[in-house]
Design a protein around this ligand. Structure first.
Ligand code: SF4
Length: 350
């Protein structure tokens, strides 16, 4: 793992410098007092204390690939949205500690309501979920009364409850194929929608115009410049990226798909256009490969990290396991309405 090289791509390309910002493990920027009052104290060995609490609480720790490597290393299960939903459905622990963003933990609660679901930080949102408010989406849906609704898992329970089927980036074209011959609304990511429309031959999809603030900021122009410097590199991109970025990619897939391809590819240098939390898994599974961040539009930094995902820290994880708060709760009628399209996706993905 230590031999894997993760470079801040554009800085490296221009001036040969390793990016000082890449992969630094960050302790919380807030003072400890702001996390749990002035008396909050943390054990010296925080990782060991978290493991002890997981055992004492009979808790399972689920973490998304976009979490810091220190969180991923503690987790019982690390995956993308689909794999995490599948894992959440089957666990029988008393507590699910979910290190991801809110819609993911909420999906775990929808699927497994008997468990206590805790998150390190309730403010860990998502620009896609937050950019699709239920009341506005209800009106959008009413404008297309004959259309079925296929929603990305990056949505609130309210949007899921208004949907016929849920998808993730791992299975979206397959889920779209379920609606052959029917008018179809796709929400909320317009870039994923465009990629799905091409793959599933559904150019007629009615698309909610949301986007991910992380994936949308990769720069196609600067990516081309980077490819010139590294002609042997393979470019892997997530379908939430802009069309111009995807056109420069050799391979487009979900986070799980990107990791798998990065490990299996014969290319020794990889340029990756997704959140850089995935680098940790690639490092572990393919030590020795050089991983370059796809450059962002902001030339002052090529580091693409989800600010919501990174709200989760070891300190907050320790506190949420110690105090069993904050918990994710969902009203039962809403849960049941949201469960139906999520379960349908899981059945179709089995
Ligand atoms: S990376 Fe984008 S889609 Fe994923 S949680 Fe962050 S804002 Fe949402």
């Amino acid at each position: 793992m230590a031999t894997a090289r993760i470079l801040c791509a554009f800085a490296q390309a221009r001036v040969g410098l390793e990016c000082a910002m890449a992969r630094t493990l960050q302790r919380p920027s807030q003072p400890v007092e702001s996390l749990s009052g002035p008396s909050a104290e943390f054990p010296d060995d925080l990782e060991a204390a978290i493991r002890d609490l997981l055992r004492e609480r009979n808790a399972v720790l689920l973490a998304h690939y976009y979490q810091e490597s220190e969180v991923q290393d503690l987790a019982d299960f690390v995956g993308d949205s689909l794999a995490l939903a599948q894992a959440a459905q089957s666990v029988d622990h008393d507590v699910i500690a979910f290190c991801g963003v809110h819609f993911m933990a909420e999906t775990a609660k929808i699927l497994n309501p008997e468990r206590t679901v805790v998150v390190p930080d309730l403010a860990a949102g998502c620009s896609l979920a937050d950019g699709c408010p239920p009341e506005e989406f209800r009106k959008f849906k009413q404008e297309h009364p004959d259309a079925a609704v296929l929603s990305y898992i990056n949505t609130t329970a309210e949007i899921k409850a208004m949907s016929d089927l849920i998808c993730t980036s791992s299975n979206a074209p397959k889920m779209a194929a379920e609606f052959e011959g029917q008018p179809l609304i796709f929400a909320p990511d317009r870039h994923l929608a465009r990629w799905v429309a091409q793959r599933a031959d559904r150019p007629d999809m009615i698309v909610w115009q949301g986007s991910c603030i992380v994936h949308e900021q990769f720069s196609a122009k600067r990516l081309v410049q980077l490819k010139v410097v590294h002609p042997d590199a393979e470019v892997l991109a997530h379908p939430e990226c802009d069309e111009a970025v995807l056109e420069e990619a050799d391979f487009v897939a979900s986070t799980t798909g990107i990791i798998k391809r990065a490990v299996e590819s014969e290319a020794q240098t990889l340029i990756i256009a997704t959140e850089d939390g995935v680098f940790h898994q690639i490092q572990q599974q393919a030590p020795g490969k050089t991983i370059l961040q796809a450059p962002g539009m902001d030339e002052s930094c090529a580091c693409n990290q989800c600010p919501f995902m990174r709200l989760n820290t070891l300190e907050k994880l320790f506190l949420c396991l110690r105090d069993l708060t904050p918990q994710v709760e969902i009203e039962e009628d809403l849960r049941l309405a949201a469960l139906r399209p999520v379960e349908r996706m899981l059945e179709l993905s089995a």
